[in-house]
Design a protein around this ligand. Structure first.
Ligand SMILES: Cc1ncc(COP(=O)(O)O)c(C=O)c1O
Length: 409
């Protein structure tokens, strides 16, 4: 057969809702040669990665590991490991990813109760408490940042409610971690999962997960050890076996723990990436990283408004790292997105469900949470809108974005 040209992807600037342009250091880390999975250097890196992600999640949870796979692998691992068939799971839905948590819970055999609020808004603590009292779920599964709507769900009150009512509290913080405040222990979370491809600044393919002692206890009651590696000294759990082998967090914990019981073969290059993402964010300092995301996000929003564009949703709950822009009626939204890509090498996002065709989503995440990327995006978008006949005061977006970035006001 004819072979293809050598890989040579174009130098895109990824300004969508994720994936984003990776930090060069992360790509370099991934280029390191492989080592064996029980090499003491490798198990040392695994332990370091656990420690680094405890700091990223702000937790003391010993059970802080990587699940190999994209962010939804982390979601699936948590839910299939916590949920036994028939368990009730409460999933508030304020965007696409609430629907995903509900679907994965259903597939794990849960009796799922959802309640939906309008896209562009978030759920209040009193709504949550009402639903918890009414349905008495075993697990509350709540997205923190939903990129489909750009909303950031407050989590600080939900942990207290869950504790009061004896509910396990899980959050998917994939899109929000390190771009927005996150406190696993202070907010009393029992399980959290994320991915690398948003503000952490890496490629998709590794899902850091943390579990409280209470969550680990639940999972231990379903402990299973594969035939072939099980010994007479092993004890299995009394409750039903977790329905997935790959996503059995009990087995994954045994692989990451002292016993190093064989499970999957750890995805070494992704571990290098995950370790580097955590390391570089912690070197910069989480508060500084969050502040940088806020400054870049606010500068972008200020520039878009100065162009006369409307921003989507309840802006008091907008994530720092992504904004929804109402597509003006005088343009074809897809044609503008395509022109941004083909003429400027800048990718911005389309949208899903009820927002499809109505908003673009523009992200400022990780490596691209910077003033220069914000300015390039604004200048390119302005040029295309002017070309389409938009009555735009040229240069105003650039000026507003710089002022906003520099003064923070
Ligand atoms: C909040 C949230 N959860 C889950 C996912 C799914 O992640 P993945 O595509 O890595 O499986 C995404 C991706 O956009 C997301 O934003």
């Amino acid at each position: 057969m004819d072979l293809f040209e050598r890989l040579s992807p174009p130098p895109r600037i990824l300004m969508g809702p994720g994936p984003i342009t990776a930090y060069p250091r992360v790509l370099q880390a991934m280029g390191n040669q492989l080592i064996g999975q029980y090499d003491p250097v490798m198990t040392g890196y695994m332990n370091q990665t656990m420690a680094l992600y405890r700091s990223v999640f702000k937790t003391n949870n010993q059970a802080t590991v990587l699940v190999d796979g994209t962010a939804r692998a982390g979601i699936e691992a948590v839910l299939v490991s916590l949920i036994e068939p028939g368990d009730k799971v409460l999933v508030p839905v304020f965007g696409r990813f609430g629907h995903l948590l509900a679907e994965i819970s259903e597939r794990a055999g849960a009796d799922v109760v959802t309640f939906e609020v309008e896209w562009g808004t978030v759920v209040t603590d009193s709504m949550l408490e009402q639903q918890i009292i009414r349905h008495k779920p075993k697990v509350l599964a709540l997205v923190q940042g939903d990129t489909s709507t750009t909303m950031l769900q407050p989590l600080d009150g939900a942990g207290e409610l869950c504790k009061k009512h004896g509910v396990l509290f899980y959050s998917d913080a994939t899109a929000s971690i390190v771009g927005n405040e996150f406190e696993a222990d202070e907010w009393q979370l029992d399980a959290v999962s994320v991915g690398l491809q948003k503000c952490l600044g890496g490629p998709s393919g590794s899902a850091p997960v943390t579990l409280s002692e209470k969550a680990v206890e639940e999972i231990r009651q379903r402990k299973h050890i594969e035939a072939g590696i099980r010994t007479d000294d092993h004890r299995v759990g009394q409750r039903s076996r977790i329905r997935s082998n790959y996503f059995d967090l009990g087995m994954i914990l045994d692989y990451w723990g002292d016993e190093r019981l064989n499970h999957h073969t750890e995805a070494t290059s992704m571990l290098f990436a995950a370790r580097e993402c955590a390391q570089l964010n912690l070197e910069e300092g989480l508060d500084c990283v969050i502040e940088r995301h806020k400054r870049a996000g606010d500068a972008l929003a200020a520039g878009l408004k100065a162009m006369g564009l409307s921003l989507f949703g309840d802006l008091t709950h907008k994530m720092n790292n992504v904004v929804g822009v109402v597509i003006p009626s005088y343009v074809d939204g897809e044609a503008v997105r395509q022109a941004m890509l083909s003429q400027f090498n800048i990718e911005i996002g389309t949208s899903f469900g009820p927002l499809h065709g109505k908003i673009w989503r523009i992200g400022t995440m990780g490596y691209n949470a910077r003033l220069d990327t914000v300015l390039l995006t604004l200048v390119a978008l302005e040029a295309l809108l002017v070309q389409s006949g938009g009555a735009i005061k040229q240069g105003a977006a650039y000026q507003s974005a710089i002022e906003r970035y520099q003064t923070g006001k």
